[in-house]
Design a protein around this ligand. Sequence first.
Ligand code: T3D
Length: 258
Amino acid sequence: MTILVETHAHYRLITLNRPERLNALTVEMAAALSGALDAAEADPSCRALLITGAGRAFCSGQDLTAIVDVAPAEIGHLLDHYHPLVRKLRALAMPVVCAVNGVAAGAGANLALACDIVLAGEGASFVQAFARIGLIPDCGGNWFLPRLVGMARARALAMLAEPLPAATAAEWGMIWRAVPDEGLMAEAHALAARLASGPTAALALTKQALEESAVNDLDSQLDLERDLQAEASATPDHAEGVRAFLDKRPAAFTGMRS
Ligand code: T3D
């Protein structure tokens, strides 16, 4: 199986599972991942996702053995299988945590950056490997990098294709945190569990608001925040959050939209 899916209380763990090729992406793996995202979203009890890789790597990007004899035009079309994953991750109505357990290269690096909160083990690194094989960053790399680390660093990462250690990625604001390798999965599970017990509808609306801020001017963003806040304020979790604060007790969120 190219991916493994494990169900936990209110969240699912998805593990990319081709460790012999450092979890390199194939069309089959992309289809399985896409199906797993759809299944998670269709299950109202699933309120967060955690994604990681099996073995010593997170994901080494496109499986190069699968494109060695492929016509150039078809190579571009491979992205018809991968780019929908990036769109799905960004639009998924729940938080997605990525635990980068080792090297994340090429499309693998950018799939990680498409997740909402990225934790990485200190031994992990991010490589925009594309230039090494005469390609351009894809899977959103040219969009994520300048926004996360600024244009000067984005250009160097994309053009030099050098590995960026997790600690530097965290220092530059490319990811949330770098943590000791041995503590990565415990911390990632704790984070996923925490998000899974959060106000899921408000978190999904927050995700939408942040996403749209990338293209909105301030005026449009304020209008959007007004509309999305109206939706958030109508959820039972908003009422529960306020009551819990006044009762001086932890909120018991259900994640329900209405
Ligand atoms: O083309 C399109 O339009 C489609 C979309 C493309 C998007 C992309 O992702 S393009 C970028 C593709 N990825 C790469 O170019 C990265 C290739 N891999 C590497 O540069 C290195 O493997 C790493 C930096 C990721 C890790 O290096 P290291 O030294 O830790 O491991 P290694 O020895 O290179 O790899 C271990 C094994 O995995 C090895 O196999 P072997 O010799 O033990 O049988 C290696 O060949 C295999 N492997 C690693 N990455 C890939 C791979 N096999 C196929 N495809 C890979 N991407």
